[in-house]
Ligand binder design. Structure first.
Ligand code: NDP
Length: 396
């Protein structure tokens, strides 16, 4: 109990709901609604203002290497996965919001420019996603793309007010889910051309209500009937579940991770049999030191949280997490579609038992984990897909 209580200090308040594998749709917890300012009519405040000049493969010899696109390759899990995939002889297209930052980080990390290319992708702009795909096709005119990893994310737990994508979606929903959703749709024809193609969208225990972090730590992911997503852009909804639900940054992240995993399952249902493309998700473990926790105070991020996660067996280093994500791409064990891969336990045990029974931390073997009931609900998956398609339709 003490550990569980400590856990909550880092997130929100304690939530004493039982761990279940499925939950009924319920109304979101009432919170004070935040008034949405009107959308700007011009480019002021836009995150994406200019298309990157197309890059040509030119001197880069991709050769016979398989090509993998990974979003958010310039830090944390994305960077260590890039390293791990290059070590497995993949060529990496680093889809990043700052190619200059990627090149700098790659130089510091010792990555060779023969093994990767940094290309601009601002996930907070649907136009940028479309431009990225056009540039990618110019870069790889003859080579099929074999793998796509949707890894980038923002986590804004302490923001009192929502921030917005260029299209007027709440930032976590827009970046973590909708930008990736469009990217997957636009790259699906490329993946279909490749043999043994795999598409991985990084999931999380926090979006699964059948886990400690997803159920005991408030807020709990709950996308409801997706009326907020359905309402569309233009800053009309701060939360995916409903336009009337007030902004709650930690929940917006969890809802978006839930939508990531629902997307994997719906893509699997719709396209796996006909295309052969493998769609999967994974939980890397708690990589407590990444920039994802940039909003947290230094003492929490650098000391308290990693040590707490180690104590309950949930902690994994950035390098090990990168090996895990890379494994989902290259390991012959991972050819099954519609799977949620995890390592070292399913993170469903309470507090100190979590260490004994495996809370997803370092070590252990890969196994097929279970999504929560909300994630596997087929009707909700269909709605999430259709509303998301409606949101991105002008960019298809
Ligand atoms: P980081 O913050 O280190 O990495 C997130 C990446 O996303 C960064 O490279 C960042 O770019 C990029 N990004 C953020 N916003 C945008 C945007 N608008 N457009 C394009 N790229 C963007 O966090 P992690 O490495 O921890 O997270 C990686 C994934 O792992 C996420 O999907 C997260 O949900 C998941 N995850 C993480 C866990 C953890 O414990 N850390 C646990 C479970 C899942 P930039 O480099 O420019 O900042």
């Amino acid at each position: 109990m003490a550990v569980a209580l400590l856990f909550t200090l880092g997130a929100s308040a304690f939530y004493a709901a039982p761990l279940t594998s499925s939950r009924a749709v319920r109304a979101p917890a009432p919170r004070a609604a935040v008034a949405s300012p009107a959308a700007p009519a011009d480019l002021r405040g836009k995150l994406y203002t200019k298309r990157e000049a197309p890059k040509v493969a030119g001197g880069v010899k991709v050769g016979t290497r398989r090509v993998v696109v990974i979003t958010g390759a310039s830090s944390g899990l994305g960077l260590t996965t890039t390293k791990a995939l290059i070590a497995q002889n993949y060529f990496v297209v680093a889809a990043v919001r700052s190619p200059d930052k990627m090149d700098e980080v790659a130089r510091e990390t010792g990555l060779s420019k023969n093994d990767y290319v940094a290309m601009k992708l601002e996930l907070a702009s649907l136009q940028s996603v479309k431009d990225f795909v056009a540039n990618l096709k110019l870069f790889l005119p003859a080579r099929p793309l074999s793998h796509l990893i949707c890894n980038a994310a923002v986590y804004l737990p302490t923001d009192p007010n929502p921030s917005w994508t260029d299209d007027g979606y709440e930032m976590s929903l827009g970046v973590n889910h909708l930008g990736h959703f469009l990217l997957v749709q636009l790259l699906l024809p490329e993946l279909k051309r490749a043999k043994g193609a795999r598409c991985t969208i990084v999931g999380s225990v926090t979006g699964n209500s059948n886990t400690i972090a997803g159920s005991l730590v408030k807020p709990v992911a709950d996308v409801g009937n997706l009326e907020g997503l359905r309402a569309g852009g233009g800053r009309v909804a701060t939360m995916a579940s409903s336009p009337s639900e007030g902004f709650y940054g930690a929940k917006a992240y969890k809802d978006a991770k839930a939508l990531n995993m629902m997307t994997v399952l719906e893509m699997h249902r719709r396209f796996h049999t006909s295309s052969g493309v493998v769609f999967n998700s994974m939980y890397p473990g708690c990589i407590a030191e990444t920039n994802l926790f940039r909003e947290k105070r230094a003492w929490f991020r650098d000391f308290f949280f990693p040590n707490l996660m180690k104590a309950i067996g949930a902690y994994v280093s950035e390098d090990e997490a990168g090996e895990r994500l890379a494994q989902v791409i290259y390991d012959p064990q991972c050819t099954k579609s519609g799977v949620y891969w995890s390592w070292n336990g399913s993170a469903k045990q309470f507090a100190i038992n979590a260490k004994k029974y495996g809370a997803g931390g370092a070590g252990g073997e890969i196994f097929e984990n279970e999504f929560s009931g909300m994630i596997v609900d087929e009707e909700r998956g269909r709605l999430a897909y259709e509303y998301s398609m409606e949101a991105v339709k002008d960019y298809l």
